[in-house]
Design a protein around this ligand. Structure first.
Ligand code: ZN
Length: 108
């Protein structure tokens, strides 16, 4: 079976911290298997290796806090990290959700 790994480069090089408790975040693997004909199935993976397979598995990664067990996608955590850098505090107010906070500067 084909397996495709997808990890943003930034995940390898950046240290990220939980907005809830300030603990350094760990990565967690998320595996998903697609069968041919299923929604989301692609005939060609980015590696080009999965043509003509019946099924394949993608492995993606999210951040998971080892302390408070929050999970967050890389994209959301990037937004959180910007706010953490700006405020100088790793722990952000509970009401501050990345979707609401991260827009400034990136609006087109
Ligand atoms: Zn945490």
């Amino acid at each position: 079976m084909a397996i495709e790994y997808e990890m943003p480069l930034g995940m390898l090089v950046r240290k990220m911290y939980c907005a809830g408790c300030g603990t350094r975040l760990a990565r967690k693997q998320v595996r998903k298997t697609y069968q041919r004909g299923e929604e989301g199935f692609r005939n060609t993976l980015s590696t080009g290796s999965a043509v003509n397979v019946k099924s394949y598995t993608t492995v993606t990664y999210v951040y998971r806090c080892p302390n408070c067990h929050r999970e967050i996608t890389y994209e959301d955590q990037v937004r959180v990290a910007k706010i953490q850098a700006r405020t100088g505090s790793k722990i952000l107010p509970e009401g501050a959700k990345p979707g609401e906070m991260g827009r400034e500067g990136s609006d087109k």
